[in-house]
Design a protein around this ligand. Structure first.
Ligand code: NAP
Length: 298
């Protein structure tokens, strides 16, 4: 029941209506019986700083930030976490009294997902990150911080690839090409290639060629992580699995970045199973694809 004491969190973005974050966080608040509510807040491009000012005016206690506001919000908060400072990007704002602190939880969420969901410690492993945008930069930095042996960044613009690779740290990050896909332990698709492309669940129908690299270069023993989660089974995930290669979508990263934000806002341990079930149920409800909740994740 919403009352005068209910605390408010939300997500700003343009667009934001498709966001799974309200479903995930409201399920978590409900499970822990916390008097909080989480709402989507459509904010048009160029008004991220206004949204931070509104956070102060309305007394909003927690904010997620998605495209296209991540850089602008990094300029507008009072303080940045070391990760947000290094990335120049904020996806979560929390309060320390009257001080608004910007953080970036995507990279840590990715690494938590590898460790907790896949049982894979990045330390000493070789990674190929395809793409060099915001998600790729967060992932490259988090992998470097987690002790990865190498993080090769392959992207179509060399200057952005260079910047992303540098975040993994000297001697760890470097620019490469997707031809190196056979030489790594884990391949991460951090491009939107394949987003919204639903693979037919009919083995006689060939997988559409909407993949960011040639999947025939993959081999069993490798892990593919597609940061896309809509559709739940992306063309890349399907193509990898066809070759006997383990492949997961971006739901794990989504849940763990949300869990870190939840902890920052409420100080409570996030109910991971509840959050995960809520996200997967919402994806299933959206019609992707009716094969059972486990299939949606794995
Ligand atoms: P972004 O900042 O726009 O970066 C996208 C990157 O992909 C850029 O390097 C871009 O290259 C490249 N790219 C775009 N289209 C391409 C194409 N057709 N071929 C090759 N490269 C292409 O986006 P982002 O925020 O990093 O997001 C990337 C993906 O990660 C999206 O699918 C997003 O949904 C997903 N994501 C998932 C989570 C999660 O929690 N699971 C979190 C964040 C993001 P150019 O710079 O040359 O355009």
């Amino acid at each position: 029941m919403i009352s005068g004491r209910t605390r408010v969190a939300g997500v700003i973005g343009d667009p934001v209506r498709h966001s799974l974050s309200p479903v995930i966080h409201n399920a978590a608040f409900g499970a822990l019986e916390l008097d909080w509510v989480y709402v989507p807040l459509p904010v048009e491009a160029g008004r991220g700083a206004d949204a931070v000012a509104a956070m102060r005016t309305f007394g909003i206690d927690g904010l997620n930030v998605t495209m296209p506001h991540k850089s602008e919000v990094a300029q507008a908060v009072d303080r940045l976490s070391p990760t947000a400072e290094a990335l120049g990007s904020v996806n979560t704002v929390h309060r320390l009294g009257d001080v608004l602190v910007g953080d970036s939880t995507d990279g840590e969420g990715f690494v938590c997902s590898l460790r907790l969901d896949e049982g894979l410690d990045p330390a000493g492993r070789r990674f190929l990150v395809v793409g060099a945008g915001g998600a790729a930069r967060a992932v490259a930095k988090a992998l470097g911080d987690a002790g990865a042996a190498s993080v090769v960044v392959a992207a179509r613009r060399p200057e952005t690839a260079e910047r992303a690779a540098a975040l993994a740290g000297s001697g760890v990050g470097r620019v490469g090409t997707v031809d190196e896909v056979s030489d790594v332990d884990v391949v991460v698709n951090a491009t939107p290639v394949g987003m919204g492309v639903v693979v037919p669940f009919d083995e006689r129908t060939p997988t559409p060629a909407v993949v960011p690299f040639d999947p025939s270069r993959l081999a069993p023993g490798q892990l593919v992580v597609d940061l896309i989660y809509d559709p739940a089974v992306t063309p890349l995930v399907a193509a990898a699995r066809e070759r006997g290669v383990a492949a997961v979508n971006g739901v794990g990263m989504l849940i763990h970045q949300a869990a870190i934000a939840f902890r920052l806002w409420t100080g409570e341990e996030p109910p991971l199973e509840v959050m995960s079930a809520a996200a997967l149920a919402a994806l299933a409800h959206a019609g992707h694809p009716p094969t059972g909740l486990d299939d949606l994740r794995r």
